[in-house]
Write a protein that binds this ligand. Sequence first.
Ligand SMILES: Cc1cc2nc3c(=O)[nH]c(=O)nc-3n(C[C@H](O)[C@H](O)[C@H](O)COP(=O)(O)O)c2cc1C
Length: 167
Amino acid sequence: MRSVSFQELSKDYLTQLVKGAFLTVKNGKTLNTMTIGWGTIGYIWNKPVLMVPVRLQRYTYNLIDKSDSFTVSVPVEKDLKAALKFCGTESGRDVNKFEALGLTAKPAKSVETPIIGECNLHVECRIIYKQLMEPGTLADDIHEKSYPQHDFHVMVYGEILDAYYTD
Ligand SMILES: Cc1cc2nc3c(=O)[nH]c(=O)nc-3n(C[C@H](O)[C@H](O)[C@H](O)COP(=O)(O)O)c2cc1C
């Protein structure tokens, strides 16, 4: 395990994010992961923060709403394309994605939500703010392009408690 600086994390995370990463959430005994392709990383409230946009109708959102943590597991230069596709199209409402794909939920260092052992870059976050988009304040072109069904995102902000590479 090797800790990464915020600068290294930002570069590696943003490089991979467009190809997909796994957003994992645990609430009680219920565990789920979904693919994300959007998000931001930066500083706010004097803290390093990772923001993940989760549409309200996602099963993941149900869990995030009741949890106080999430993890993001990133396959850097690892081919997990099929798993990213599966986790980005199937819902945890219908299938246990960890079982279906044989993914390994490994204990995280600082939060209750586990990390995915098959990935090599991990970010552990404490949920510190959630904000449902306000359509009235959104640019019209983005509204039309990204939300024809009015299925807006909840922006979920996580304080980065740990970020590291595993082998
Ligand atoms: C490449 C890719 C990127 C995605 N990015 C996001 C995202 O940033 N936010 C989101 O809400 N859904 C995103 N999705 C869709 C969810 O991953 C998908 O709806 C998933 O099945 C939700 O799972 P759940 O119902 O178990 O939460 C993405 C899907 C793919 C394939």
